[in-house]
Design a protein around this ligand. Sequence first.
Ligand SMILES: C[S@@+](CC[C@H](N)C(=O)[O-])C[C@H]1O[C@@H](n2cnc3c(N)ncnc32)[C@H](O)[C@@H]1O
Length: 424
Amino acid sequence: MSEPSALPSQNDIMDRQQDDIVARQYEAWVYPPPIHDMVDAITQGYYEYADIQAGGPIFWPRRRDFNDLDILIAGCGTNQAAYTALRNPSSRVVAIDISQSSLSHSQYLKDKHGLDNLEVRHLDLMAVASLDKSFDFILSTGVLHHLKEPDRGLQALRGVLRPAGVMHLMLYGKTLRQGVYLLQEAFRLMGLGQSKEDIDIVRKTLTALPGRHSVHAYLNAKDAAEELKYDTAIVDTFLHGRDRAYSITEIFDFVEENGLAFLGWMDRLDCSGQANFPANDAISKRIKRLDERKRAAIIDLLAYTHGVHRFNLCHPEYLQSLPRIDFEGTEFLHYVPRPHSRLKVSWTRPADPDSPAILEREWHLMPISHPQALLIEHANGRNTIAEILGLLDGQSMTDEEKLHLARQTFATLYDMGHLLFSVF
Ligand SMILES: C[S@@+](CC[C@H](N)C(=O)[O-])C[C@H]1O[C@@H](n2cnc3c(N)ncnc32)[C@H](O)[C@@H]1O
């Protein structure tokens, strides 16, 4: 008889998966709803949050370009593999999933768009070491919270992350999804499975709920209603075989207990006290001096900001080598800011003193002064902040006033995630 081995083999893991409730669900109900032409979809505005090209400095504040990377997508579902390969043509993408139906759709998109830089593999992420490769970027969104042992899943991914690599995760959040879990429990008690009839009962229940039910916070959130038109989204949200959610505190514990370091949120807007509870408000003042984690936890508890947490991780040693973005001294004058890809600033020209410029992104809208709008206009990913200040010559301000304006404006827009900063 052979000795039992400490680690299960790839075959053992895949065999076990055949019986797994999550594997069976994603075989029958692929997620997200398949996109049939990714080039068309991107032209019409489709995007993924963790887009390496758009998010650049959020992942690597010291990199000048974001090409020639080895990318792993762990639990790619239907569309993410093709999207990532298309958006990163000079990088190599390996996409794995336990659902053969999802992989078939990824393969269809690969063939359709001639994506030679994409490899799709039927593989459980617990067995990712069997690829015998390491990666600069690991993307795993909406996957680890479905595992029996999310900690072991994260450890497996950590094992294939290069020393200066970055991992992006999306995990469910507790606050906004509170009502979802109440409904999941009710549907379990009703004995619902994942059949068409069961989906129909969910839909009927959603229309019959009293206005006071906490699920309405979730149903009214951006994109939820559009998503839930699809049966697969009803299954994924309300009839899932296994999912769990994380509070902000649990996110940090999850990361650190599994040997990784928290690099930052994908979008700082949802955790920003100034954006959620505008300045001068009692809440903003009270939490201003707390550390970033506590502030984020408080904002989430008060504002229900997190249906999901999107965040980036790296090895602790790599984090040590990175600059801390900080606007206290004068170091920030060397930062190179660029706008978030979906930031809009509108103002009338020539500047009308009676109508401020308007800054807008996602759910956030804020009036800003014309000199602030000018600062943002010159934040193009090439100029340092010192150079941008040099471009403000036409404005009747002393050097000290300009410095003050820059510090206050860039610190605020960093806090809200509206500008991204590189440090070379
Ligand atoms: C909610 S979908 C998310 C798909 C994709 N990441 C996205 O955000 O569009 C979850 C996917 O993870 C896959 N999955 C679940 N457990 C997995 C595991 N242990 N290894 C690899 N893939 C897994 C499922 O088959 C499914 O395709």
